[in-house]
Design a protein around this ligand. Structure first.
Ligand code: PMP
Length: 391
C-alpha cells in the first residue's frame, strides 16, 4: 500500500541533523558520562504550584472534553497578556489555544498555504520548520540570514525569494542563534510582507527570555495585525514543555477557521491543562522571570568563559536559552567539530548545520545544565577548539 507523498516526505528524505544527539544518547546508554548541551529543555521541572492547579482541576472534574478553542477565561487572559505587551487591541476572538507551539506552527501554515504553495522561512531555523511546511503539503523555501550580519535576515534577500510565495515564518528571539531581530529588521520584514502580500507567521515562543535589546512583535507594526499570525507557547516561558500548551494570536476570521481545523484534528487541549495554564498566567511575571533567570546568568557565564581568546566566538546572545559558537577558525565544519568534541571530551552539542547551511561552521549550545558544570564544559570546549587549530 502506498502512503501519501505528503506524509512520507515530511523530513524531505535527508538526514534530520540529529546524528550527534543520537550518538550522545547511545554513549549515555552504554554508561558514558556525557554532558548534554543539546536540546532546549530546562534543567528544572514544572513548578509544583502549577502541578497543584492541574491536579485540582482534574480532581474537580476537568477531565472530559474541553472547549475546543480554549476556555473563555484562558483566551481572555492570553489576549490581555498580548495586548499589554504589544499595545495591539486583542480579544478572545483573536486567540486559539493549541497543544503547544508546534501544533500552532502546523495549524498556522495550514491556515494560510494551499497545497503546492511556497512557504518561506529563515535559515538558521528551528529543526521542525521545513517538515512542518511539507506536512501541510506546501513547499518550504529558505532564506539565509548570514553570520556576517549577526544572523539578522536582510529585506533584500527576503524580497528576492518572495515572488509567488504565500507566507514567511520568522522566529525572534531565535532558536538556534539566540539573536533578537532588531526594530530595523522587523520593520523591513513587515514592509516586504506588505509589498509582496505575504502572511507573516511570527514564532515568539521565547518572548520572555530577553537578555539584551527588546523583543518587538511584528504584529504591532502598522498594517501588520491583519496579516500576522503569532505563535505562542508556555513550554519555554513556564517550563511546561510536557504539558503541551500554547496559542495562536491572529485576525478573528483566521481564528474562526482555525477553530474548525482544531475541531477536526486535536479537538482542543485537556481542560485540566487549560486551567493550570490560566492559573500560571494569573501569577503574573514573577514566575516567568524566575524560570528565565538561569539562562540570563549562564549567558553572562558564557561570555566570561570566552574572554581572552578568539578561537571560539559567540554570536551576540540576546535572548532564548542557546548560544551559537562560531568555530570556523578551527577549519572544521560544525558537524565534524561536534562529533570530535563528543568523542574527545564527552560534551554533546548541536552542529550548526542541523539548523541550516547558514549556520555551517557553528555549533549550538543549550545553556541547560547547572552553572558549575556548564562553565567547566565551555572551558573544555574552548581548550579543545584551540587544540584543533592548525598552526
Ligand atoms: N518554536 C521554536 C523556535 C522552538 O524552539 C520550539 C521548541 N523547541 C517550538 C517552537 C515548539 O515548542 P512547543 O511545541 O513545546 O511549544
Amino acid at each position: 500500500m502506498k502512503l501519501s507523498h505528503r506524509i512520507t516526505n515530511i523530513t524531505g528524505g535527508g538526514s534530520d541533523g540529529w546524528d550527534v544527539f543520537y550518538r550522545a544518547r547511545r554513549m549515555i546508554d552504554a554508561g558514558h558520562k556525557v554532558i548534554e548541551l543539546t536540546i532546549g529543555e530546562h534543567d528544572i521541572r514544572t513548578h509544583p504550584s502549577i502541578l497543584d492547579a492541574m491536579n485540582k482541576a482534574a480532581v474537580s472534574g476537568r477531565t472530559g472534553y474541553a472547549e475546543v478553542p480554549g476556555s473563555f477565561a484562558l483566551r481572555d487572559t492570553v489576549a490581555a497578556r498580548i495586548q499589554e505587551r504589544t499595545g495591539v487591541p486583542t480579544t478572545r476572538d483573536n486567540i486559539l489555544i493549541t497543544p503547544g507551539g508546534q501544533a500552532a506552527l502546523f495549524a498556522t501554515h495550514n491556515a494560510v498555504c494551499d497545497h503546492g504553495d511556497t512557504a518561506l522561512y529563515i535559515d538558521p531555523y528551528y529543526a521542525t520548520y521545513p517538515g512542518t511546511i511539507r506536512g501541510i503539503g506546501a513547499v518550504p523555501k529558505s532564506i539565509q540570514a548570514h553570520a556576517e550580519n549577526d544572523f539578522q535576515p536582510k529585506a533584500t534577500d527576503i524580497a528576492a525569494a518572495a515572488k509567488g510565495a504565500k507566507s514567511l515564518l520568522i522566529n525572534s528571539p531565535n532558536n538556534p542563534t539566540g539573536v533578537i531581530y532588531s526594530a530595523e529588521t522587523m520593520a523591513e520584514i513587515a514592509q516586504v510582507c506588505i509589498d509582496n502580500d505575504l502572511w507573516l507567521i511570527s514564532d515568539e515562543v521565547y518572548d520572555t527570555q530577553i537578555w539584551e535589546g527588546t523583543h518587538l512583535s511584528p504584529r504591532a507594526l502598522p498594517e501588520m495585525a491583519e496579516r500576522t499570525l503569532v505563535v505562542g507557547s508556555m513550554s519555554k516561558s513556564h517550563a511546561m514543555t510536557g504539558s503541551r500548551i500554547g496559542w495562536i494570536c491572529a485576525p478573528a476570521e483566521v481564528i474562526t477557521h482555525l477553530i474548525n481545523l482544531a475541531t477536526h484534528t486535536t479537538y482542543g487541549v485537556p481542560g485540566y491543562i487549560q486551567d493550570a495554564a490560566l492559573f500560571t498566567l494569573d501569577q503574573g511575571t514573577a514566575l516567568e522571570a524566575e524560570i528565565a533567570a538561569p539562562f540570563e546568568r549562564r549567558r553572562a557565564l558564557t561570555l566570561k568563559a570566552l574572554e581572552g581568546q578568539n578561537v571560539v566566538r559567540s554570536v551576540p546572545v540576546q535572548g532564548a536559552m542557546y548560544a551559537m559558537f562560531d568555530i570556523r577558525s578551527t577549519g572544521m565544519s560544525g558537524e565534524d567539530f561536534a562529533f570530535a568534541l563528543l568523542d574527545a571530551e564527552l560534551i554533546a552539542t548541536m552542529p550548526g548545520e542541523s539548523f541550516g547551511q547558514a549556520a555551517a561552521g557553528h555549533i549550538r549550545i543549550a545553556m541547560t545544565i547547572n552553572d558549575d558544570a556548564y562553565v567547566d564544559a565551555i572551558k573544555r570546549l574552548v581548550a579543545f577548539a584551540k587544540s584543533q587549530v592548525k598552526t
